[in-house]
Design a protein around this ligand. Structure first.
Ligand code: HAX
Length: 438
């Protein structure tokens, strides 16, 4: 048994017992009320999910087990002499709730290297798809193709005691995390690089090896991947990809089934696909204007986008009400490594121009940029210009958070998710009865 798995069960069982006792003692205490509008508005603000790995504050942004993005960048272990955090360390933090040292991260790296071999049939499955298949669809299919190896599904089929669900889940989670970069890189190389594939380099960390398999071996790009795979990992439990993992997982669907569901959600343009949409939108703006747009031209293009009934991609958020700290972390990276890059400067100009325009509409609750507003310009700087692929990078990162969360779902034996829905007639009757009793 690897160090992390041993530590997880030693730590998780007493905490799970404590949480369950807490729920038993406090289960009847009301936490709030909801309105008729809440029923229609995508459950926003309604507390109905339990997620240990991270917590989002509307004004401050995300904290992973209590650590903000700047704190993660400072405190998570780095490669010797490195400047960006190692995402394997963030997985450790999210799983255990404690900051790892470098040795603990190396231990995870060694474990994942042993698990990293992707079964050949997965590549054959991917190769059978038309090259025009969107990379996110390929990614979801690639994940599903690995499902026949699920240790949990087999153990459940063979007869598994409830209290042991966590154990084969852990095996699936680590196998999946170890293999995702290879699957993602395979999709990239088959779709855009004539199927000239690059073997993994076992001497590299998880993020750098991913960059290497994609074909980007610059040290700066390794740094970008470490940062990128860290900041996209988790955003508490209610976003579409995390919620999908939790929801599907609550039926005891194994991690492969749960995570591919998450990726189908991430592939939506209001969620993770926004990162490709941002770059598509910027490039279309530049093409239409015929040169690098200035602030006045950007403002006009934003107004035109809104007038055409489209969203300005990369702006707005269901929870956040300030600039996303994940945007700011990427901006800081760009200021260090590419302050004169043309597209990066367009992104910064949009940041100056867009918020007041969006605010003036009077309906957009958050006029500030989210994580997706910046990432594409960073990738383009290093030549990764196949923007349909960007959401797959997001997906590889998101696996860290939602898989750590799924481990907690299992250790806590969280039940099947089944919120109540009501119809129009029910709402009308509820309002009527309120009027009668008022
Ligand atoms: N451009 C134009 N209109 C926008 C907008 C934007 N960036 N953001 C919100 N709105 C509109 C909504 O479409 C809605 O319009 P209607 O009332 O006509 O339906 C209105 O403003 C109120 O929306 P809201 O309450 O402020 O926002 P929601 O919580 O409903 O939606 C979204 C949050 C992120 C989906 C939304 O802001 C949006 O569509 N943004 C652009 C797409 C995007 O960047 N998505 C990525 C979000 C971060 C993420 O998950 N990354 O993976």
């Amino acid at each position: 048994m690897g160090q992390l798995k041993k530590k997880f069960i030693e730590k998780a069982l007493p905490i799970a017992a404590e949480i369950k006792q807490f729920i038993k003692e406090n289960g009847n205490i009301p936490l709030g009320t909801f309105t008729v509008e809440d029923v229609y508005a995508g459950q926003k603000g309604i507390i109905g999910l339990f997620t240990e790995t991270s917590l989002l504050d509307a004004n401050e942004g995300i904290r992973f087990r209590g650590f903000s993005i700047p704190e993660l960048r400072e405190k998570l272990p780095k490669v010797p002499g490195g400047t960006e955090p190692l995402p394997e360390g963030l997985f450790y933090l999210m799983l255990l709730g404690e900051m790892p040292d470098y040795a603990a991260v190396v231990d995870i790296q060694e474990d994942w290297k042993k698990r990293a071999e992707v079964p050949p049939h997965v590549f054959k499955t991917l190769d059978s798809l038309p090259l025009t298949t969107h990379p996110m669809t390929q990614f979801s299919i690639g994940i599903m193709a690995m499902q026949n190896e699920s240790v949990f599904a087999k153990a459940y089929h063979d007869g598994l005691n409830k209290k042991d669900y966590w154990d084969p889940t852990y095996e699936d989670v680590c196998n999946l995390l170890a293999r995702l970069p290879r699957v993602a890189a395979y999709i990239y190389r088959r779709t855009y690089k004539n199927s000239v594939h690059i073997d993994p380099n076992p001497d590299l960390d998880w993020a750098a090896n991913f960059a290497h398999m994609l074909g980007y071996d610059q040290v700066e790009f390794y740094k970008l991947m470490r940062l990128y795979l860290t900041i996209h990992a988790d955003h508490e439990g209610g976003n579409v990809s995390a919620h999908a993992t939790h929801l599907v997982g609550s039926a005891l669907s194994d991690p492969y089934l749960s995570f591919s569901a998450a990726m189908n959600g991430l592939a939506g343009p209001l969620h993770g696909l926004a990162n490709q949409e941002v770059i598509r939108w910027i490039l279309e703006m530049r093409d239409e204007i015929g040169h690098s747009p200035d602030k006045t031209e950007i403002a006009a293009y934003i107004n035109k986008t809104l007038a055409n009934g489209k969203v300005v991609p990369g702006y707005g958020h269901a929870v956040l009400r300030k600039t996303d700290p994940r945007f700011l972390a990427q901006q800081e990276f760009a200021k260090t490594y590419m302050p004169d890059d043309e597209l990066v400067n367009i992104v910064w100009n949009i940041y100056e121009v867009a918020p007041p325009i969006l605010e003036q509409t009077g309906k957009i609750k958050n006029p500030w940029p989210n994580v997706d507003a910046h990432s594409g310009a960073l990738l383009l700087h290093y030549g990764l210009n196949e923007y349909d692929f960007y959401t797959v990078l997001f997906g590889v990162s998101r696996a860290l958070g939602v898989m750590a969360s799924l481990m907690w779902d299992r250790i806590l034996s969280l039940p099947i998710e089944r919120p109540k829905s009501v119809n129009y007639d029910w709402l009308k009757r509820a309002i009527e009865s309120k009027k009668v009793t008022a």
